[in-house]
Design a binder for this molecule. Structure first.
Ligand SMILES: NC(=O)c1ccc[n+]([C@@H]2O[C@H](COP(=O)([O-])OP(=O)(O)OC[C@H]3O[C@@H](n4cnc5c(N)ncnc54)[C@H](OP(=O)(O)O)[C@@H]3O)[C@@H](O)[C@H]2O)c1
Length: 307
């Protein structure tokens, strides 16, 4: 099969596109012929050694995908060859930048016909992360106000729509070029972070969801009301430490399972969430896609159309 992978050449790792061995379904696993796979911020961080050290090469990147089941391992009874599925790779296991992947059947969900493979791949890890953060971690409630930092990104696009669906008021930050986009997702108030200091424009929030990291994450505590809670997904494995004692800092634990993927399907089915804007790439254009992802200034998701 063809895949995009990292090789080490005694110096910095390089991204390559070429032949790799076909995967085989172990007991409890399926093999999926991947149709689309998405780019996540984690991918270039892994490539750069910023997210743990890789010990084996060649290494196939990629955390989420959509495709068609092509083989079923021993003991798998709930999925069949030909099923259209999407998934997020198990924690610590990547490999979606490829024509095929072997994956535990229990963490794969059936794709709804209402979604294309490209959109399902775009929604998988972004949607899972948004649901775990907004519903499971922040436990956002109707009538609450949430500031979602980085509204034009893939995770935030889902989070804005989910927060609106739950009945919250949503404030978000983005550059001016993306204001129409985040408004179309349902944001009630939009701050151009290049012109306005959000800590001066926003106060008394019940919750913050930070997808930006760095200084933006640390300064986000200032907008919370006493008792407020903030969740962080772009500050490493620990939430930043609050500089005040009356708020809570949370680092969502984004596990893998089928029910959360089925929640994505359900939210799409009822019209609560639509897929993000997508820019499509061929898998052989992996270097160009990583350059855009690493720039951190694009809208929605970057998705490889693999076949
Ligand atoms: N399980 C997990 O923990 C998990 C899962 C998924 C993602 N993540 C992390 O979450 C973060 C977000 O990922 P993502 O894929 O949704 O988006 P992303 O690709 O990392 O971010 C792109 C977006 O960030 C916006 N942005 C950049 N700087 C900003 C700033 N100072 N203020 C407001 N917006 C800003 C950009 O919009 P503008 O062009 O308008 O600036 C762009 O649309 C990444 O760090 C990623 O690694 C964690």
């Amino acid at each position: 099969m063809k895949a995009a992978y990292i090789e080490r050449h005694g110096g910095p790792e390089v991204l390559k596109y070429g032949d790799m061995p076909d995967p085989v379904a172990a007991p409890g696993e399926i093999v999926v012929d991947i149709v689309a796979a998405s780019v996540n911020g984690a991918d270039w961080k892994v490539r750069d050694g910023k997210s743990g050290q890789l010990s084996r090469f060649p290494y196939i990147l990629g955390r989420d995908f959509s495709g068609v089941v092509s083989a079923v391992g021993e003991g798998v009874t709930d999925l069949r060859v030909g099923d259209e599925v999407f998934a997020v790779c198990d924690v610590g296991q990547e490999g979606a930048y490829a024509e095929k992947i072997a994956i535990k059947a229990a963490i794969v969900a059936k794709k709804t016909g209402a979604l294309s493979h490209v959109d399902a791949a775009a929604l998988a890890l972004a949607g899972l992360t948004a649901i775990v953060t907004v519903e499971d971690t922040l436990k956002l409630k109707k009538g609450e106000t949430i500031l979602i930092q980085g509204g034009a990104g893939g995770v935030a696009a889902f989070a804005i729509q989910l927060a609106k669906h739950l009945g919250a008021r949503v404030i978000t930050t983005s550059s001016a070029a993306n204001h129409d986009y985040v408004r179309s997702l349902g944001a009630d108030e939009i701050i151009d972070y290049n012109k306005t200091d959000f800590t001066k424009a926003v106060k008394d929030c019940d919750a913050v969801f930070d997808t930006v990291g760095g200084d933006v994450a640390q300064r986000s505590f200032a907008v919370l009301k006493p008792g407020g809670r903030a969740a962080f997904i772009a500050s490493g494995q620990q939430a930043p430490k609050p500089d005040r004692s009356d708020v809570t800092a949370l680092r969502p634990s984004v596990g893998r399972d089928r029910p959360h993927l089925e929640r994505i399907v359900e939210l799409v089915r009822i019209g609560a969430v639509r897929p993000p804007e997508v820019k499509q790439y061929k898998l052989s254009d992996v270097v160009a896609a990583h350059e855009v992802s690493e720039s951190r200034h694009f809208r929605g998701k970057l998705v490889f159309v693999v076949r």
